[in-house]
Design a protein around this ligand. Structure first.
Ligand code: A5P
Length: 204
C-alpha cells in the first residue's frame, strides 16, 4: 500500500505511529507532503518513494485547520496545502483527523491560506483584497514566509464562508494564485474527530 503522509502537529503523531507499525513489520511505502514530513518519515525509517514515481496513492492521512458540517476543509496553517492538495486529490481515500475545536458549523474563523507567487505578489494581494477580504502576508522571523515550493502565503479572512467551492474558484481566477487552502468535501473520505475526554467520532 502507498500511504500519503500529511503535515502538521496532528500528522506528526500519525507518522510516528506509522513508523512504529513499520518497525513491527507493516509493509508500506509512503510519499510526504512537505520537507518536514519527509524528514520525519526518514527518521522513522518509513520507506519513501519520490512523487515522480507515483500514479495513485491508496490512502492519505492529514490534519486540518477547520472542518465544516459538510466536511469541507480549510488547510494550510502550516503552509503545506499545495502539496497536501496534490496528494489528497490523487488518493483513493483521504482521512482527516481533527480535535473537536476544529469541527465547526461553517468555515471562516481560521484565515484561509492562499499560496501565491513571489512575482507580482503586491498585485495579487490587491486582487485578493478586492474579493473582498482582509489579507495578511505570512511572515516568519521578520521576513516573508516561504513555502516548500518557494512561494508566499497570504492569510485571507473572509468571515463566514457560505460557499467554499465557489470561493475556491473565485480565488483561483486571480493570476498569481497557486493554490487555496479550501479542500472541497468531494476529496474527503472520512473525518475523525477527537474529543477532550479521549473519545473519538468517525464521520462520513
Ligand atoms: C499544513 O499546511 C496544514 O494543512 C495542516 O495539515 C493543518 O494546518 C493542520 O495542522 P495541525 O495538525 O498542526 O493543526
Amino acid at each position: 500500500m502507498l500511504v500519503g503522509l500529511g503535515t502538521g502537529s496532528t500528522a506528526y503523531w500519525a507518522i510516528k505511529k506509522i513508523g512504529q507499525r513499520v518497525r513491527e513489520g507493516l509493509q508500506i511505502t509512503a510519499v510526504a507532503s512537505s520537507n518536514a514530513s519527509e524528514q520525519l518519515a526518514g527518521e522513522e525509517n518509513i520507506p519513501l518513494v519520490p512523487l515522480s514515481e507515483v500514479t495513485e496513492i491508496d490512502i492519505y492521512i492529514d490534519g486540518a485547520d477547520e472542518v465544516d458540517l459538510q466536511f469541507n476543509l480549510i488547510k494550510g496553517g502550516g503552509g503545506a496545502h499545495l502539496r497536501e492538495k496534490i496528494l489528497a486529490s490523487n488518493s483513493r481515500q483521504f482521512i482527516v483527523i481533527v480535535d473537536q475545536s476544529k469541527y465547526v458549523k461553517k468555515l471562516g474563523k481560521f484565515p484561509l491560506p492562499v499560496e501565491i507567487t513571489p512575482f507580482g505578489f503586491n498585485l495579487t494581494l490587491k486582487k485578493l483584497r478586492e474579493l473582498p477580504c482582509e489579507v495578511n502576508l505570512r511572515m516568519k522571523d521578520g521576513a516573508h514566509y516561504i513555502s516548500d515550493n518557494g512561494n508566499l502565503i497570504a492569510d485571507c479572512s473572509f468571515g463566514v464562508i457560505e460557499d467554499p467551492v465557489k470561493l475556491n474558484m473565485e480565488i483561483h481566477a486571480i493570476a498569481g494564485v497557486v493554490e487555496t487552502g479550501i479542500f472541497p468535501n468531494d476529496m474527503v473520505s472520512q473525518v475523525i474527530v477527537g474529543y477532550e475526554d479521549g473519545t473519538i467520532q468517525l464521520l462520513k
